[in-house]
Design a protein around this ligand. Structure first.
Ligand code: GN1
Ligand code: MG
Length: 356
């Protein structure tokens, strides 16, 4: 089905001019739809991956609940920076096409841009403010109302079970290529389980979390001011550590997550300082001492689990994340493990920054 036709299934303003693909996501298929006259907004049209998201109406319902909640809470001047879903002509907030693919449409926030890595500590600080504020605003949102869009998404035990299964069925060539990364996982996995122990014994509370707070899910204006948090597909009950950790994973790395030259991949303490300051200024008042104490563990956990998920997908012949070449997932996994190793040289410093 033509993109124009899909676009016209929604109650949008203006007339379709052109669709520009946005290729930064690993899961969904996304287009910027430009409209013909400047009085009408442009839009983001997205096909949601139904292999990954098994219950798309529930995912859309999560987005509506949270965006309505946030819009009611923020100042008038900030309302346009909360994602706004457009209903389809049948009144639902999605359209299901003849291939049974689900689409949703959002207003594009004008004059905005994203970064795949932080160009400087100022952007890191702004991202901290933005994600910290997002998290803070959801403090009194009842996380129990959210469906689990991907069950056990950040559950390390689940990812380690997948790891064992992946190894059993992987091709010899991929097993050989991945040998170093496999050994890295085996050596580190028990230490990383501590975060889950603290979650399961109730030390760390479940909250409404975004679960995909990588830097490129923050929109900035052209002067570097943080505007909006986007990509609400994985809003679910989770730990603050998931959101804090996933941001640090991307904001405090010297390189993008698929840089293959590992000498170029290292942790940036100055970005960590800036990001943490921004995040905690916005959110510290709602966090417990236990939550704050274990933030550094949360960061290590998220870098580890992302490396593990990329590795699993490599061993499974790339069925989950979009890839551009045959070793793309392995490169991503090695990159994450290199970042973790570099970060672990700074653990004391990170802890001091958190408590400063
Ligand atoms: C995926 O699709 P995208 O790019 O928003 C993934 C995240 C990973 C991220 C790594 C549903 O996000 O968990 O952190 O890639 N999303 C899903 O870049 O698995
Ligand atoms: Mg996402």
């Amino acid at each position: 089905m033509e993109l124009k036709h899909i676009f016209d299934q929604f109650n949008h303003k203006g007339i379709f001019k052109i669709a520009e693909p946005i290729n930064s996501g690993h899961i969904n298929t996304t287009y910027l739809i430009r409209t013909q006259d400047s009085a009408s907004p442009d839009y983001i049209l997205q096909k949601i991956n139904s292999e990954v998201f098994k219950d798309i109406p529930a995912l859309i319902q999560n987005k509506i609940l949270v965006t309505d909640f946030l819009r009611a809470k923020v100042k008038e001047t900030e309302k346009d920076n909360i994602i706004q879903l457009i209903p389809s002509i049948s009144g639902k907030y999605y359209f299901k096409d003849n291939n049974k693919d689900y689409w949703n449409l959002m207003i594009f926030i004008p004059n905005s841009c994203v970064y795949l890595k932080a160009p400087n500590a100022k952007i890191a600080a702004e991202a901290g403010r933005l994600f910290g504020q997002f998290f803070y605003l959801l403090n009194d949102f009842d996380a129990g109302k959210l469906s689990e869009t991907i069950p056990r998404f950040h559950d390390l035990n689940y990812r380690l079970t997948q790891f064992e299964d992946s190894i059993k069925q992987a091709r010899d060539e991929r097993l050989m290529q991945a040998q170093y990364s496999i050994e890295f996982v085996i050596q580190k996995k028990d230490e990383m389980r501590l975060l889950q122990v603290l979650k399961n014994n109730g030390t760390l509370p479940l909250r409404a979390t975004h679960n995909d707070t990588k830097l490129s899910n923050a929109l900035f204006d052209t002067k570097g001011k943080g505007l909006a948090v986007i990509d609400l597909d994985t809003l679910m009950p989770g730990l603050v550590h998931y959101d804090f950790g996933d941001s640090v994973r991307t904001i405090c790395s010297s390189a993008e997550e698929d840089e293959s030259d590992l000498d170029k991949v290292y942790f940036l303490p100055e970005n960590f300082k800036a990001f943490t300051k921004g995040f905690l200024k916005a959110s510290k008042s709602i966090l417990s001492t236990d939550e704050i104490t274990h933030l550094v563990l949360g960061v290590r956990y998220m870098v580890f689990i992302m490396g593990l998920r990329f590795l699993n997908d490599y061993l499974n012949n790339d069925t989950y994340f979009k890839t551009n070449y045959s070793t793309h997932n392995l490169v991503r996994a090695k990159n994450q493990f290199a970042l973790l190793k570099s970060m672990e040289l700074h653990l004391e410093e990170m802890q001091e920054i958190i408590f400063s």
